[in-house]
Write a protein that binds this ligand. Structure first.
Ligand code: FAD
Ligand code: COA
Length: 402
């Protein structure tokens, strides 16, 4: 057990491991094959107390820390990446932004929905605005006592199964002046104008739909706007601050997948014999296992540290990015090496390695690509804005001269 964990966290991790191994693991291959959202896991999570753990007790949650959530996500992802992702999105990301910045009414609504089994969707990416999330064109125009939203979001995890949506949109006042980025709450099947357009056929992580969503003159009252603490001008920065929790969560899923693959491979090297002896008697295999274990230990330390950096708020931007980059890149490598240790069997759909290899490939992309997160790390380290647009530096210089 990790030296980083308090006894209660170690106990929570052991409980999560038991639930994952007893209930979740048996369904993982089927969830991948059928591409059906595992609604039963939501019930399992509810019974085990894994839904909305980070929601404050005052709203029916357990006021758990990010690290508490991380150990549950890690154990789930060892057995099933989808269960891990559900544990992320019912404890981090959209729900935590709402719990931190929302009105009383919004917090109660989000807590009730999550605790009842809804995995909220966070809608940032657009077809023409991925890494360049600030380039979003989804807009919310104030018209009388309503906001009218128009735009399109893409690659939204849970599109079509999630009910609660947190939608990032550029806000304009009655005169058409840009006010900043806001997060709007809408509920699928209740909010008119929210339309699930299509589901992406994904390489892995097939048990949760990735969907394109359109907003066509979607009318929302001002009470649907999650007002960031520093106002709309700093809305984007504040929403991204909350999003750092989800980056830690995504990194944790990658961590769990690589640990799961490593555990399988380690056992297999004892069982499999070639040349009359277990393959773990070959030094090449021993060093391979040693290197895998080092990558895992380093990744786990970075994830736990990033989670703990958010003790009094959200995880630190740089630490969350460092942890996600390192874990996602090394997870791909470890899962590949684990698959290799199984020889031909690793390439068969009878074993989970090929599924893990497909699933783990996502984590250097979703939640901010490894490349863009390197920009985030560098910007934090250098304490400098590092604009990526052609005219970014001249705009900065002009602003400084004002
Ligand atoms: P692009 O931005 O087009 O990038 C293409 C390539 O260019 C990448 O390699 C990128 O690293 C590189 N690149 C771009 N800009 C730079 C730069 N400045 N410096 C160096 N390299 C650069 N989004 C949501 O809003 N909600 C979700 O729930 C969600 N879930 C997702 C689930 C999955 C399975 C996936 C795959 C994606 C999900 N996304 C979600 C979208 C995800 O966040 C974006 O895919 C990601 O931010 C990258 O955007 P893009 O795909 O448009 O790639
Ligand atoms: N945590 C805290 N603050 C953040 C942040 C983060 N992760 N990312 C950006 N910010 C803040 C910046 O500090 C800046 O604040 P300031 O205006 O007070 O200086 C503000 O948000 C704008 O950030 P900046 O880096 O100047 O924005 P940009 O227009 O160059 O956009 C991003 C770059 C943020 C879009 C890019 O770095 C990024 O994260 N892309 C990936 C998007 C993503 O993760 N999508 C996942 C969808 S699921």
């Amino acid at each position: 057990m990790s030296a980083f964990l308090a006894p209660e966290q170690a106990a929570l991790k052991a409980k999560a491991r038991e639930v994952a191994q007893d209930t979740v693991r048996a369904r993982a291959a089927e969830v991948d094959r059928t591409e059906e959202y595992p609604w039963d896991h939501l019930e399992t999570f509810k019974d085990a107390g894994f839904l909305g753990m980070t929601i404050p007790e005052a709203y029916g949650g357990q006021s758990k820390t990010w690290l508490d959530a991380v150990v549950v996500i890690e154990e789930m992802a060892k057995c099933c990446s989808i269960a891990g992702r559900i544990a992320v999105e019912t404890n981090m990301g959209a729900v935590s932004a709402i719990m931190a910045y929302g009105s009383e009414e919004q917090k109660k609504m989000a807590a009730d929905m999550v605790l009842a089994g809804d995995k909220p969707a966070i809608c940032i990416t657009e077809p023409e605005a991925g890494s360049d999330a600030s380039g979003m064109t989804t807009r919310a125009d104030k018209r009388g006592n309503q906001y009218v939203l128009n735009g399109k979001k893409h690659w939204i995890t849970g599109g079509g199964v999630s009910r609660l949506h947190l939608i990032f949109a550029k806000v304009f006042d009655e005169q058409g002046n840009f006010e900043g980025v806001g997060g709007f709450l809408a509920i699928r099947d209740e909010t008119e104008g929210l339309e699930i357009v299509k589901r992406e056929p994904t390489m892995g992580l097939r048990g949760i739909p990735e969907a394109e969503i359109e907003f066509n003159d979607m009318q929302l009252p001002p009470s649907a706007l999650v007002m960031p603490p520093r106002g709309l001008k700093k809305g984007f920065a504040d929403l991204m601050t909350a999003y750092n929790s989800q980056r830690v969560g995504a990194g944790t899923v990658a961590l769990g997948i690589m640990e799961g693959a490593y555990e399988l491979a380690k056992d297999w090297t004892e069982e499999r014999e070639q040349f009359g002896r277990p393959i773990n008697e070959f030094q090449g295999v021993q060093w391979n296992l040693a290197d895998m274990s080092i990558r895992i230990a380093a990744a786990q330390a970075l994830i736990y540290k990033a989670a703990e950096s958010g003790r009094d708020g959200f995880p630190d931007m740089v630490m969350a990015a460092q942890a996600k980059i390192y874990t996602s890149e090394n997870a791909i490598q470890v899962v590949n090496e684990a698959l290799q240790l199984f020889g031909a069997r690793g390439y068969s759909r009878n074993l989970p390695l090929e599924r893990m290899a497909r699933d783990v490939r996502m984590f250097t992309i979703g939640g901010g690509t490894a490349e863009v997160l390197r920009n985030v790390v560098a910007s934090g380290l250098l304490q400098k804005k590092l604009p990526q647009t052609r005219d970014g530096y001249s705009k900065l210089a002009a602003r400084a001269a004002e």
